[in-house]
Design a binder for this molecule. Structure first.
Ligand code: MN
Length: 260
């Protein structure tokens, strides 16, 4: 009886092991029906690439920009939206990236932003620990089809079509915290065709990067590869084909993008 039990257990284990192996083997050798590239960003001073998992963006995070968008900047709770991860359009420092004017819009806006890139995740992260999740920083543009965003907002529909479209996130390389530290203050500017349009200081953010991570982690489980656009200062405005945008954050190389 014991022996039969052992044998049957062994057989069951063996079968389980075989079945498990077979499953693993199938999973291990199975190929996807077609290839889909993992969006990545270069890491400055490294041969490694940063794999982009999700793009989170905070809305209205500078008081003067909140006012120009028609809302009360009196520290309303932060709100977030996402762009698809393949919306990143990498632009190498020293070059001018060609950025196609997207379809459907007649009012295409720039928003220059500091981007935090995470190498650790978490849920309900305390603000005091939040910066431990940050791998590095980049400069990015949260490009916006403002007319579509506003029209959808007016109709109380999701504004996704205004924000989350192809190549809506031109961005420079990730600079590791070990090289550049954390960004809690410093100049953030955007010029269009050499003319200063946006000009503010990162310390004017309503919610700091640490606070954004903490708040986001209450709504979503953050994971390595997530990047967070930390909001734009006031004086957003339109660009048209031919315009060259030059974004700059003190401590990071210039981001130069031509709309084509
Ligand atoms: Mn934005």
């Amino acid at each position: 009886m014991d022996r039969r039990h052992l044998i049957s257990t062994g057989a069951a284990m063996g079968l389980g092991a075989v079945a498990g192996c077979a499953t693993e083997t199938r999973a291990g050798t199975a190929k996807t029906a077609f290839d889909v590239p993992q969006p990545t960003l270069p890491v400055a001073g490294s041969a490694e690439l940063f794999p982009v998992r999700r793009i989170y963006c905070i809305g209205r995070n500078y008081a003067a920009h909140a006012r120009e968008m028609g809302s009360d900047p009196n520290r309303e709770p932060p709100f977030f939206f996402q762009k698809p991860s393949d919306a990143v359009q990498f632009v190498a420092p020293g070059s001018t990236g060609e950025h196609p004017y997207p379809p459907l819009t007649k009012n295409y806006h720039y928003e220059i932003e500091l981007v935090a890139a995470l190498h650790r995740g978490g849920r309900n992260v305390a603000p005091e620990q939040a910066l431990e999740l940050v791998y590095g920083y980049a400069i990015g543009l949260d490009m916006t089809r403002r007319d579509l965003q506003r029209a959808m907002g007016d109709e109380k529909k999701p504004w996704e079509i205004g924000k989350s479209f192809d190549r809506s996130a031109p961005i420079g390389p990730i600079h590791r915290v070990a090289q550049v530290g954390h960004f809690t203050q410093g100049s953030i500017t955007l010029k269009v065709n050499g003319q200063l349009k946006q000009n503010a200081d990162l310390k004017q953010m309503i919610w700091s990067v640490a606070e954004q991570i903490s708040k986001l982690s209450q709504a979503f489980e953050l994971k390595p590869g997530d990047i967070i656009f930390s909001g734009t200062p006031e004086n957003v405005g339109p660009v048209v084909p031919g315009d060259v945008m030059q974004g700059e954050i003190a401590g990071l190389p210039v981001l130069s993008v031509r709309v084509v």
